[in-house]
Ligand binder design. Structure first.
Ligand SMILES: *Cc1c(COP(=O)(O)O)cnc(C)c1O
Length: 387
């Protein structure tokens, strides 16, 4: 029997990794029990109860959002953010070829058609020039992704959306706490979808939220997540996209620990940056100019052969690093025949996908473990470049 495998690396079950790529925040048991106790006392278990209300209020402040509505997952948030645009059935939605699977699946699950555009070679986010090249008479929306803790080129994408009258929804599932030029990332576009999954910095086990820019959008979103009901009558499209009270309790129980988790991640990022910043053959992936340091992933890039050697050496040290972001179209995917529309001679996304490696990044990585990780990486690189 093996531990859940990571792309070719299997872990013996009696020999699990000592340091994993992610590790969810864990609530204080007494605090969580008290909140669950409230739910039992009041008899509210779902349908926007008191805990749901409190979490929504707290997150609205934290996210600097005008309107914020909780939903049952980040994927549900993506579908809601798209549905808010009233796109026609079968409409084309332009999205990056490199992201987590949920981005493209959400488009298709809504009955729209994903059109895969290339990424920019530096930010690894959706390339505005590729988006411009991908626009057809059937294009109705753009769904860019703030990816690997780096914000999209929001100015250029916003400009394209405006000029072509396209709905602009952002996949901000990985972007909790990210700011750009001092502004929370969720202010951009028509809607932004965030995830509260356990792999993200703040979580409710499963969960998510949508940030919109007005009471009207928020009211429509509440109908969408509640079967399309308005005052008891089914007035439009809808589904069950609600977050339960038990999930809200988990989020509320974690909130007092969030500042410490963020501080620990920032310290870890600084430690990795210092230890790996000048290693030849390795590029640390980070946002430019006005972007804040991300809180969700710590990614580096290396040529595929070097990346594979680093991945293997870390596994031998019982450290689980990971690349969980394969291409979303092309051979072996749900969209095997769909091309990547690019503004370059060759698409960038297929070159970059085998270069990305995410290092352990969470508040439970001890400084000595991070130093050990950096030392292993430096050793592997040195072995490849004998002096
Ligand atoms: C995590 C993630 C999602 C999905 O969020 P869930 O809450 O797991 O549904 C979507 N897009 C991206 C880019 C993600 O990283």
């Amino acid at each position: 029997m093996t531990f859940p495998a990571d792309r070719g690396l299997a872990w013996p079950v009696d020999h699990p990794p000592l340091v994993t790529v992610g590790d969810p925040m864990r609530p204080d048991p007494a605090r969580l029990a008290a909140l669950i106790g409230e739910s039992i006392t009041t008899g509210w278990f779902s349908n926007g109860g008191p805990l749901h209300f409190r979490l929504e209020q707290a997150l609205t402040g934290l996210a600097g959002a005008e309107q914020l509505d909780l939903v049952s997952s980040g994927t549900m948030a993506l579908m809601m953010a798209l549905r808010l645009g009233n796109l026609p059935e079968g409409a084309e939605v332009i999205t990056p070829a490199l992201s987590f699977a949920a981005t493209a699946q959400a488009i298709a699950w809504c009955g729209f058609r994903p059109v895969f555009a290339d990424i920019s070679p530096d930010t690894l986010t959706l390339c505005p020039r590729a988006v411009a090249a991908a626009i057809s008479p059937r294009t109705a929306a753009i769904l860019p992704v703030h990816f690997l803790d780096v914000p999209c080129d929001v100015a250029a994408l916003g400009d394209i959306a405006r000029r072509h009258g396209l709905w602009l929804a952002y996949d901000a599932a990985q972007a909790f706490g990210l700011t750009l030029d001092g502004q929370p990332i969720g202010v951009h576009g028509d809607a932004s979808a965030f995830s509260l999954h356990a792999t993200k910095v703040l979580h409710t086990g499963e969960g998510g939220f949508v940030v919109t820019n007005g009471a009207e959008a928020s009211a429509r979103l509440r109908r969408l997540r509640n079967f399309g009901l308005e005052a008891g009558r089914m007035t439009g499209p809808g589904t069950n996209g609600k977050l339960s009270e038990a999930q809200a309790a988990l989020g509320l129980a974690l909130l007092p620990d969030l500042a410490a988790e963020i501080a620990a991640r920032q310290a870890l990022r600084a430690l990795y940056d210092a230890a790996l910043g000048s290693v030849p053959g390795i590029t640390l992936h980070r946002g430019g100019g006005g972007a804040s340091a991300g809180l969700t992933t710590y990614a580096l890039r290396a040529a595929p052969a070097l990346r594979a050697r680093i991945h293997q050496a870390l596994a031998q040290g019982r450290i689980l690093a990971r690349n969980h972001f394969p291409l979303l179209c092309g051979p072996g995917t749900r969209w095997p025949e769909v091309p990547i529309i690019t503004a370059h001679r060759q698409p960038i996304a297929p070159q970059v996908a085998p270069e990305v490696l995410c290092l352990p990044f969470h508040g439970r990585v001890a400084a000595e473990d991070a130093q050990r990780i950096a030392a292993i990486i430096r050793r592997v690189v040195a072995e490849g470049h004998p002096a």
